[in-house]
Design a protein around this ligand. Structure first.
Ligand code: NAD
Length: 308
C-alpha cells in the first residue's frame, strides 16, 4: 500500500519503520524536518518526503513528479489542537484529498475532538477511525502495540491489516471516538491505581515492613493490580520496573498528566463525576510543577512517601 504518515516523534518513527518492514511505501511529513530526513535516509526506496500536509494529502512527494493517490493516512501527533490543524482547514488533509483514502488517527486525544474530525471526514466522503495505542515506545519499536479502535465496522476491517503491521492487539471499541474513550478510561484508572499502590507501599514500609514481602502479600491478595504486580513504584521490588532504574525509561509523568486531564475534561462534557480521577490529576500536576514531569509516572511515590 501507499500510506501517508504524519508525525514522526517518539512513537510515530518506530511505527512508520514497522510499516516499511511490512512492505508498505510511505510518504511522510513532520514539522521537524530532520526526523523526516532521517527516515528517508534509512529507507530511500520505500520512504519519500512531502513538503507539507496539503501536498501529502494530494499524494505528492519529493521523489516523483506526478501525484499518486494514497490508500491511507496515519497521524501520530501530540494533542487535540494538532489533530485539528492536520485534518481541518484549507491546508489540512480533508480539504486536499483527491481520491478515496482511509484516515487513521493514532494520537491520544479527547473523544469529542475525535468525533468532530471523523464527522468532518464522513461529510466529505472519507472513512476515519481513531486508533490510540497502549504499549509505549517499547511496544512501538517491537510492533506489539494495542490499538483501541473507534469507527464503523467497514472502516475497522479496512484499518486492521495496516494496524497489524504495528501492533499485536487490534480491538474494535465501537463507533468513532470510542477508541479514545477506552484509552482515557484505562489511563485514568492506571493513574489512580498507581497513586493507591504508592500510598499502600509507603504506609507499609513506614510501619516497618519489608517492601518485597509487602508487595508479595498484596500481589496474592485483594489489593493486587498492574501497578503493584508488574510496575511496582517502590524501588527494588521489581527488577524490570522503572523504579529499579531511577524512574527512567518508562511512561513520563507529564504524559500521564495529559491523559488524566483528557479523562476529566471528557467526564465534564457528560457531567460524569470522577472524584478520584480529578484528585489524581491534581497530584500529577503538583508533581509536574515540582519539576518531575520527565520521570516515569510511578515516581509519584517520591511525593507521597518515604521511598528512597
Ligand atoms: P512526540 O512529541 O515525540 O511526537 C509527535 C510528533 O508530531 C513530533 O515529531 C512533532 O514534530 C509532530 N507534529 C506536531 N504537530 C504536527 C503537525 N501539525 N504536522 C506534522 N507533524 C506534527 O510524541 P509521541 O510520544 O510520539 O506521542 C504521540 C501521541 O501518542 C501523543 O498523542 C501521545 O499522547 C500518544 N502516546 C504516546 C506514548 C508514549 O509512550 N510516548 C504512548 C501511548 C500514546
Amino acid at each position: 500500500m501507499r500510506i501517508g504518515f504524519i508525525g514522526l516523534g517518539n512513537m510515530g518513527l518506530p511505527m512508520a519503520s514497522n510499516l516499511v518492514k511490512a512492505g508498505h511505501h510511505l510518504v511522510v511529513f513532520d514539522v521537524v524536518e530532520k526526523l523526516v530526513q532521517a527516515l528517508v535516509a534509512q529507507h530511500p526506496t520505500q520512504v519519500s518526503a512531502s513538503p507539507n500536509i496539503k501536498s501529502l494529502a494530494q499524494g505528492g512527494d519529493s521523489s516523483s513528479q506526478t501525484n499518486q493517490a494514497l490508500d491511507a493516512i496515519i497521524t501520530m501527533v501530540p494533542e487535540p489542537q494538532h489533530v485539528r490543524s492536520v485534518y481541518l482547514g484549507d491546508a489540512g488533509v480533508l480539504a486536499n484529498l483527491a481520491a478515496a483514502c482511509l484516515l487513521i488517527d493514532a494520537s491520544t486525544i479527547d473523544p469529542q475532538t475525535a468525533r468532530e474530525v471523523a464527522q468532518a471526514a464522513y461529510e466529505k466522503g472519507y472513512s476515519m477511525v481513531d486508533a490510540p495505542v497502549s504499549g509505549g515506545t517499547g511496544g512501538a519499536q517491537a510492533g506489539t502495540l494495542t490499538f483501541m479502535v473507534g469507527g464503523d465496522e467497514a472502516a475497522f476491517e479496512q484499518a486492521k491489516p495496516i494496524l497489524q503491521a504495528m501492533g499485536k492487539n487490534i480491538v474494535h471499541c465501537g463507533g468513532n471516538g470510542n477508541g479514545q474513550v477506552a484509552k482515557v478510561a484505562n489511563n485514568m484508572l492506571l493513574a489512580i491505581s498507581m497513586i493507591g499502590t504508592a500510598e499502600a507501599m509507603s504506609l507499609g514500609v513506614s510501619l516497618g515492613m519489608d517492601p518485597k514481602v509487602l508487595a508479595g502479600v498484596i500481589n496474592t491478595s485483594s489489593g493486587r493490580c498492574w501497578s503493584s504486580d508488574v510496575y511496582n513504584p517502590y524501588p527494588g521490588v521489581i527488577d524490570t520496573a522503572p523504579s529499579a532504574r531511577g524512574y527512567t525509561g518508562g511512561f513520563g509523568a507529564d504524559l500521564m498528566l495529559k491523559d488524566v486531564g483528557l479523562a476529566t475534561a471528557a467526564a465534564k462534557s457528560v457531567k460524569q463525576a470522577v472524584p478520584m480521577g480529578a484528585l489524581a490529576q491534581q497530584l500529577y500536576q503538583t508533581f509536574s510543577n515540582q519539576g518531575h514531569g520527565g520521570l516515569d509516572f510511578s515516581a509519584i511515590i517520591q511525593m507521597l512517601g518515604k521511598a528512597k
